[in-house]
Design a protein around this ligand. Structure first.
Ligand code: FES
Ligand SMILES: [Fe+2]
Length: 466
C-alpha cells in the first residue's frame, strides 16, 4: 500500500467518525487542495496534531504573580494558564465539570478562585473543586469533590520563560520536542537577555486554513509582489530581504527556520566586534546601521546568544516556526499563533516581547514598527490575509480542487550542509524547502496513531541532496 493510499481505520478516530481518511502524498511537492477544506482532515489535525503537540501558552511575564491567569487554546479547546499560590503554572481546560460551561470569560486577570456563572461551582487556582452550592441540601453530601476538579493538561513546561502545554502524557519533554531548531527559534528572541511581554495580544480572524498561514511564514517569494505597496510607501526595504542569500534549517517533528541569512564571511566580521559594539550598532536607525555593518537586518547577536544558538543558528535571521503553529517573527519581537477555527477559519494572535534592557526610545520605535507590520492594522498582514483567504476559498470548488498546489521550487536542487557542531542547514536562494518539510511532517503526524508510532516513523532531519 502506498503512503498516499493509506486509509486509517475507524478505530483511529473514535466510534462516531465513520470511516477512514486518506492522507495525501506530499512527497512530490504537490499538495492536494482537500487538506485545506476537508472537515475530516481538519478533525484529524485537532486530534493528532494539536492535542498531541506542545502548544505555546504564554510568556512568564504575562502571569508573574499568584492568581494571574491567561486564556489560550490547544486546538479548539480553551484553556486557562494560571499561576498557583505555590507559584506553579498550570494549564486547565476552561470548562466546568458540571454542565461544561466556559468557566473563565475574561482573557486575562488575577483571581483567587474561578466561579462558574451557571450554578456556582467554584474551583481553586490548582483546579480543585472547592465549592458546590447546595452540597448538603441538594446533593445530600453525595458528591466526591476530589473527582470533579478541572481537567489539567498532561504536561506543562517552559523554555527560558516561554510556556508550552500538551494534552498528551506520552509526548516527549519540551526540550526534546523543540530540538535544536525549535530552541534556536526561541533563543532568537533573547538577544539581549531577558524579555518582557507587552500588555495586549492582538487578535483577528482570517478566513483561511491555518496551514496556508503557516506555509506563508517561510515564503520569501511573495514579498516583492504581495508587499509592493508596503515597499512603495517606504515601509519595507526590498533589498534587505536578500533573496539570493537564504538559509533553511529543518528540525525533526516539523520545526523549521527559513529566510535570509548572515553569510559566514559577514558573521566573521560581526564576531570581531565586542558585545557593546554590536549593541551600539543595533540601536542605530536603519539607514545609519546600513553604513556600519555588512548585515543590515537586526539583530546583531550578543556572545551569549551566539553560544546558545550555535554557529549555524546564529546566522539564520529568517522566520522560525515551532510546529505546528507558532511563528517567531519581526526581529524576534513578536510571536504569532495561528489557531484553527474550522477548515476555513484561523484566529491570528500576536504577542509582543521586548528585551528588558530596551530604552524608551527603542521600545517606542519597536512598537511603531510592529503595529505597522502585522496584526489587524499591519500593512503586511492585510496583504497576506487577503491572499490566504482567496487561496483557501479556491480549495472548495469542484473543478479547482482537482489541481494541486505547487511547492516544487528548488526541489532536488540543494544540499544539506552539516556543521562540525552538528547543526544542519541549506544555504540557497529563495526556495520552498521549509514548506515541503512542514507538509511532510504534517502528514507523518496525521498517519501516526500515537506518540510512540510518531517517534518511530517520523523522518529524521534531512541530510544530503534535498
Ligand atoms: S455548569 Fe458550572 S456550575 Fe453548573
Ligand atoms: Fe507576507
Amino acid at each position: 500500500m502506498r503512503d498516499d493510499d493509506r486509509r486509517l481505520d475507524a478505530t483511529d478516530r473514535g466510534a462516531s467518525d465513520g470511516g477512514g481518511i486518506a492522507i495525501p502524498d506530499v512527497s512530490a511537492g504537490l499538495i492536494d487542495r482537500s487538506i485545506y477544506s476537508d472537515p475530516d482532515i481538519y478533525q484529524l489535525e485537532l486530534q493528532r496534531i494539536f492535542a498531541r503537540a506542545w502548544n505555546f501558552m504564554c510568556h512568564e511575564t504575562q502571569i508573574p504573580h499568584a492568581g494571574d491567569y491567561f486564556i489560550n487554546y490547544i486546538g479548539e479547546d480553551q484553556v486557562i494558564v494560571v499561576r498557583g499560590a505555590d507559584d506553579k503554572v498550570r494549564v486547565l481546560l476552561n470548562t466546568c465539570r458540571h454542565r461544561g460551561n466556559a468557566l473563565c470569560r475574561a482573557e486575562l486577570g488575577n483571581t483567587k478562585t474561578f466561579v462558574c456563572s451557571y450554578h456556582g461551582w467554584t474551583y481553586g487556582l490548582d483546579g480543585a473543586l472547592i465549592g458546590v452550592p447546595g452540597k448538603a441540601d441538594f446533593y445530600r453530601n453525595a458528591i466526591d469533590q476530589a473527582k470533579w476538579g478541572l481537567a489539567p493538561a498532561a504536561q506543562v513546561d517552559h523554555y527560558k520563560g516561554f510556556y508550552f502545554a500538551t494534552l498528551d502524557p506520552a509526548a516527549p519533554c519540551l526540550f526534546d520536542y523543540l530540538g535544536d531548531v525549535g530552541r534556536v527559534g526561541i533563543e532568537s528572541m533573547l538577544n539581549e537577555g531577558d524579555v518582557v511581554s507587552l500588555d495586549g495580544v492582538q487578535k483577528n480572524v482570517i478566513d483561511c486554513n491555518w496551514k496556508i498561514a503557516v506555509d506563508n511564514l517561510f515564503d520569501w517569494y511573495h514579498v516583492k509582489v504581495s508587499h509592493s505597496s508596503a515597499s512603495s510607501v517606504g515601509f519595507l526595504n526590498q533589498r534587505l530581504m536578500m533573496p539570493m542569500t537564504q538559509m533553511v534549517m529543518l528540525g525533526e517533528l516539523g520545526h523549521a527556520i527559513g529566510g535570509p541569512m548572515v553569510t559566514a564571511e559577514q558573521q566573521a566580521k560581526l564576531d570581531a566586534l565586542s558585545d557593546a559594539e554590536r549593541l551600539a550598532i543595533d540601536r542605530l536607525a536603519d539607514a545609519e546601521r546600513a553604513k556600519a555593518t555588512p548585515v543590515e537586518r537586526r539583530p546583531l547577536r550578543t556572545t551569549a546568544t551566539r553560544e546558545a544558538m550555535g554557529p549555524v543558528g546564529v546566522r539564520a535571521i529568517g522566520h522560525p516556526n515551532i510546529f505546528p503553529n507558532l511563528w517567531i517573527s519581526t526581529r524576534g519581537l513578536q510571536l504569532s499563533l495561528r489557531l484553527p477555527r474550522g477548515p476555513g477559519r484561523t484566529e491570528i494572535w500576536w504577542f509582543t516581547v521586548m528585551p528588558k534592557s530596551f530604552t524608551d526610545t527603542q521600545r517606542r520605535a519597536a512598537k511603531k514598527f510592529i503595529t505597522h507590520a502585522f496584526g489587524p492594522a499591519g500593512l503586511l498582514e492585510q496583504d497576506d490575509g487577503e491572499n490566504w483567504s482567496q487561496s483557501t476559498r479556491s480549495s472548495h470548488g469542484v473543478a479547482s480542487r482537482r489541481y494541486p498546489h505547487n511547492l516544487q521550487m528548488a526541489m532536488g536542487q540543494d544540499e544539506v550542509l552539516v556543521d562540525p557542531s552538528g547543526q544542519k542547514r541549506i544555504e540557497t536562494r529563495v526556495n520552498e524547502h521549509a514548506q515541503r518539510w512542514t507538509y511532510r511532517c504534517w502528514a507523518e503526524w496525521l498517519r501516526a496513531r500515537d506518540w510512540p508510532e510518531l517517534l518511530a516513523t517520523r523522518s529524521p532531519a534531512p541530510t544530503g541532496r534535498i
